[in-house]
Write a protein that binds this ligand. Structure first.
Ligand SMILES: [Zn+2]
Length: 253
């Protein structure tokens, strides 16, 4: 059975499944956006195919399950130009993650090498999915190699537009952050006027999120209070401290 509709799938670890979301967009071609963590609870067995797997950027919480998905579905993997080699040998990705995230890496799991058909993109590409066109945009700041995609009127922002839990936007900006580029990418994404936004850390939300997140960064009101309870709360708070540090270091540059 071909799949239908759009799916926001929690792809975090068992301790905090909604820590990360992956998205499935079903058209004549089926697109998956990001691959969650290695220790992910995500199950995509309802799919009989995945044609394209878009990797918004190469942080461990976005690519962990990619090797398993590639084994089963053999999608074309889209990643920013020059970064294919890091997927094939993720030693550097794991080392950087350990430096930035510490033992959170043990909850998420280290990334394994990704073999498969990896296509490098630079932004500006358009791919026909059947009813919809997938447009690829270069949105640096969070990472030098970050891309976002628009399919129909929904923009999938990866980590280039923050996260959102309980209706509250928050920064997903670990060091090294290029705040200037980040804000420029955010302004660009606001100008696209999407109806909805797919956040890797928050799921599908109203596009008002983009302006709210922009405002909290430019006005300096990004230190927020979100209560999730228990282990989820601990994990989120650890990330937030790291993300605040990213902004502060970027400002003092
Ligand atoms: Zn992330």
């Amino acid at each position: 059975m071909p799949c239908t509709g759009i799916h926001a799938l929690p792809s975090g670890p068992i301790e905090f499944p909604e820590a990360v979301y992956s998205f499935i967009i079903c058209d004549e071609k089926v697109v998956m956006i990001d691959g969650g963590v290695t220790n992910s609870i995500m199950d995509v067995n309802f799919l009989d195919k995945i044609d394209y797997l878009v990797i918004s950027h190469l942080h461990i919480d976005h690519i962990g399950l990619v090797p398993d998905i590639v084994n089963t579905y053999k999608p074309k993997i889209l990643v920013y130009q020059g970064y294919k080699k890091y997927l094939e040998d993720p030693t550097k990705i794991n080392e950087t993650a350990r430096k930035v995230l510490g033992d959170l890496v043990d909850i998420y799991g280290e990334v394994k090498p990704i073999k498969g058909e990896i296509i490098e993109v630079s932004g500006g590409e358009e791919i026909n999915l059947g009813k919809n066109i997938m447009k690829i945009y270069y949105t640096p700041g969070h990472a030098k190699h970050h891309i976002s995609v628009m399919i129909g009127d929904i923009l999938y922002t990866g980590d280039s537009a923050g996260g959102r839990y309980n209706g509250i936007p928050f920064p997903t900006t670990p060091p090294p952050l290029d705040l200037k580029q980040y804000l420029k990418s955010l302004e660009f994404q606001i100008s696209l006027e999407p109806r909805l936004v797919g956040l890797s850390h928050g799921g599908l939300v109203n596009s008002i999120h983009l302006k709210e997140h922009y405002k909290q960064l430019t006005e300096g009101t990004y230190k927020i209070n979100i209560e999730l309870g228990g282990t989820k709360d601990d994990i989120l708070k650890r990330h937030l401290e790291i993300n605040y540090k990213g902004i502060e270091l970027a400002k003092n540059k």
